[in-house]
Design a protein around this ligand. Structure first.
Ligand code: PLP
Length: 372
């Protein structure tokens, strides 16, 4: 997409300001002689916990593993049992659902709200049954998905609340605090395209529950709580210290990067004026960190063609919801009309460091000329 006037996302451009610092960090790790765990991991975990507002952070291999380890840890601790049901938004990246099914738990798909594009918390009670023991809230597109309705619902039914915070580091749920600290445990992804992107795969779990943090850490390290002592049949899902050293650099600048994303989103919010285009609703400027800037249009094919003809990069998150993927054919019979409608209508516009506010103004003008 690099020939486009307004590229959707170019990772080389995103990392260009950090290039020298990243190289120095890699050299530091290489020179240290410590290539698994160690000081970089410990420092990054402290910095991430402080940024999130939790007592603990555990660096892990990627975002999917962070989610898997959380659910397996709850099972290991006897707080969830295989076969328990977990409410998940039906319009999410498939990793959210893979973590649930991989742990032997049963996903209960809940519909999103067509205005916020996040879980419709007013409809949670519709999908509740006594088998439901947890809810996985996904802060989709960087928008914090946590409100009094969800909070009351989880308390009333004594549910474990897990956050999929892969897309929303630094977002604030009005009155509840930062994503990653809202529920009982949260999963982060530092996949290169995420707001804090590693130079490869990386992830983390945050929680203020010491037992859970210790269990996640043990599970990620062969299930061992100390050397050659295995309390669980675990995995190798540790955070690579080279990635930890990179993430420490990127995390230090996340608030400035988020401010940039918000300035782009503010231009789109105020300047896109087209009855064929619906914008995502947010509560306050702090609600979203705009991992994606997503609009809806009933005539997506012609809208995307128009964008491409005008040099505007775009992407679609996500065209096929998890329950319509071949691997989940067993859920294909479910009726989730809002999810299907969103999958058919969403388009993501450029909102990264590759886009300036002037670019955003020009893109808004291009969009305003679109006729269905
Ligand atoms: C990226 C992402 C994940 C998975 O993270 P990886 O690091 O790619 O494994 C999970 N959930 C959501 C919502 C994501 O966007």
């Amino acid at each position: 997409m690099s020939e486009l006037k307004y590229p959707f996302l170019e990772l080389g451009t995103v990392n260009a300001p950090y290039k020298e610092a990243l190289k120095a960090a890699a050299a530091r790790v290489i020179d240290s002689g410590r290539y698994v765990g160690g000081a970089e991991n410990e420092a990054f975990e402290c910095e991430l916990a402080a940024h999130t507002g939790t007592r603990y952070a555990v660096g892990v291999s990627n975002g999917l593993d962070a989610l898997r380890l959380i659910f397996k840890a709850y099972i290991g601790l006897g707080r969830l049992r295989e076969g328990d049901a977990v409410i998940v938004p039906a319009n999410t990246y498939i990793a959210s659902v893979l973590a649930v099914t991989d742990a032997g738990l049963r996903p209960v798909f809940a519909e999103p709200c067509s205005a916020t594009l996040n879980l419709d918390t007013s409809r949670l009670e519709e999908v509740y049954t006594p088998d439901v023991k947890a809810v996985l809230t996904v802060h989709l597109y960087g928008r914090a998905c946590y409100d009094t309705v969800l909070d009351d619902f989880a308390r009333r039914h004594e549910l474990i609340v897990v956050e999929d915070n892969a897309q929303a580091i630094g977002a604030e749920a009005c009155g509840f605090g930062r994503t990653g600290s809202l529920g009982h445990a949260a999963a982060f992804s530092f996949y290169p395209t995420k707001n804090v992107g590693a130079v490869g795969d990386a992830g983390a779990v945050t929680t203020s529950d010491k037992e859970l943090a210790d269990t996640v850490r043990a599970l990620a390290n062969y299930g061992s709580d100390r050397r050659y002592h295995n309390i669980y049949q675990g995995y190798n899902c540790r955070l690579d210290p080279i990635q930890a050293s990179f993430l420490r650099i990127k995390l230090a600048y996340i608030d400035a990067e988020t401010a940039h994303r918000r300035s782009i989103a503010a231009v789109y919010n105020s300047e896109i004026r087209n009855s064929a285009i619906t914008l995502q609703q947010t509560d306050t400027p702090d609600t979203s960190v705009w991992h994606q800037y997503v609009v809806r249009t009933a005539n997506r094919d012609s809208f995307c063609r128009m964008l491409a003809d005008n040099g505007v990069g775009y992407d679609i998150h996500y065209a096929v919801p998890p329950h319509r993927q071949p691997c989940y054919a067993r859920y294909a019979h479910l009726s989730l009309p809002v999810t299907d409608m969103l999958a058919a209508e969403v388009v993501s516009l450029p909102v990264s460091q590759c886009t300036s506010t002037d670019d955003a103004r020009e893109i808004a003008m291009i969009i305003n000329r679109f006729q269905q």
